[in-house]
Design a protein around this ligand. Sequence first.
Ligand SMILES: Cc1cc2nc3c(=O)[nH]c(=O)nc-3n(C[C@H](O)[C@H](O)[C@H](O)COP(=O)(O)O)c2cc1C
Length: 195
Amino acid sequence: MQQRIRILGISGSTRSASLNTKLLHALSKLAPANVEIEVLEGLEKLPFYNEDFEGENLPPSVVELRKKVSEADGIIISSPEYNYSFSALTKNTIDWLSRPYAKGVLSDMPVAITGASPGVLGTVRSQNQLRQVLHATNSKVLSRPEVYIGGAHAKFDTGGAFTEEAGRKMLIELIDNLATLIEQTRENQPSELAS
Ligand SMILES: Cc1cc2nc3c(=O)[nH]c(=O)nc-3n(C[C@H](O)[C@H](O)[C@H](O)COP(=O)(O)O)c2cc1C
């Protein structure tokens, strides 16, 4: 039997009709039966990152987020591109998850990146920057496939399903490859039973 895999989806937009949030929900429907993708909510309620809050002053929303991410097997980030970069919400979320230094919950975490935009380039510029940031957090970033969803406003049906065939294949490949990376990460970790 295949092992259960729990993935959290981080959308860089809390806009009610967000294409990036829609994309994550569409991904969760494309995932195989053993893979669960939960799209995180409430990220806009996190305060702006402030190192003064680390330690005993950590806001409950951050405590809860770090716990939730620490219990996940992997992450998928879908962020809008704002002025050629990923959104401030995405960065703020990553900054909170990156601390304490070298012990943040993103360290060694398998992470896949995607993004949706109405424009033709489909977040290619911002995804490249996001890769660099996730290098700083010591995350295991999936390198292939690179999935840039351009013209995204025309690629969902009224029920939120992703309708474009070529893109759908790439999204399925993205989940499959992330699941493989998660399994490889598990195999490389020392077994609790062995200690
Ligand atoms: C401040 C701002 C800057 C934007 N800059 C870009 C950009 O650099 N590249 C791009 O493809 N789209 C850009 N857009 C358009 C966004 O891709 C579009 O609004 C998208 O739908 C936002 O993501 P969401 O639907 O998940 O909220 C920008 C939108 C805003 C509001």
